[in-house]
Design a binder for this molecule. Sequence first.
Ligand code: PAZ
Length: 342
Amino acid sequence: MKTEATKFSAEDYFATQTPPPTLEEDVEKVREFVKIQAKEGRNIVLVTSGGTTVPLELNVVRFLDNFSAGTRGATSAEYFLKAGYAVIFMHRQFSLQPFSRHYSHSTNPFLDFLDIESQDSASDPTPRISVTPEKRADLLTVLTSYKRVHSLGLLHTLTFVTVNDYLWLLRAVSQELSVLKRRSMFYLAAAVSDFFLPRQKMSEHKIQSGKGSLHIEMDQVPKILKPLVDEWTHGGFIVSFKLETDQNLLLPKARQAIERYGHQVVIGNDLHRRKFEVVFVSKKAASQDLTSSSQEDPFEEQWLRIPQSVVDQTTPGFPIKEIEEDIVQELIKRHTLWVKQG
Ligand code: PAZ
């Protein structure tokens, strides 16, 4: 399949690609959530999490995917909730979610910590199920937080699968959050595809193998941080993530993103070190007004690290320390200042 690549602006994208069928319904629920939280005077953070897919056919059989499991997003959402933020958790369908992430089927399968009790009474033939004693303390902690968050209605979840779902949802949710002005935060941890196949170029049916090798030319996904910063939000505190596999590219790419989009923080992380090391890149406060002829480096960098041994030697699902705790703490400090300055 050989087609000419097109450069889509965000505007072109939304004018030519179709919204997901549940968009209006999803946005209505977000609007209601935002209204309630705003009335309660809470800050809201939009956490995006997990990877997007890029379908290759309209009747989709094959798609391009991304490695992200949603650990960063799900873990961070828990720490934001703990700190009193209301959270809109926009995640890839079936990726990790706050609270239940501790018991994902692969890291800590929940059937493994349930026991069937021996029956002690003939009058009650129903077997009882209990939690293995050594798992009770952890479960009680998670369950207590989970019940609290749900009874207070502090968490709203939304799902996406494709990069198209993600872009439409992100635009719509940011526009809803704009009423909060500086009290909203955007924590964009999802791993979003840089390339996509516009529906106009997709094969309707399953691509056939008869022609031998497969050639697909994808178009670039528009850079949506620019309209997010300039048009969709009004003063929201915007944090994006930059993932690299070449450590040498981390700082230059993070600086480039800040320069290009003008948002507040880029968190750089290396694929293999991301669980114990990240770098915050932002513009120096005093440098916001400096002209480009100034000699002073306009960027500042702050590394956050936790000991690698802490990450490596932990019980699945219950690490001793999670770097997201420190990331969220630092961001809340900066967001609080941002709100005050506003
Ligand atoms: O989901 P996860 O915990 O396995 O990975 C998190 C991450 C590396 C996807 C995230 O920290 C990140 O860098 N997201 C942005 C990726 C990018 O588009 O550069």
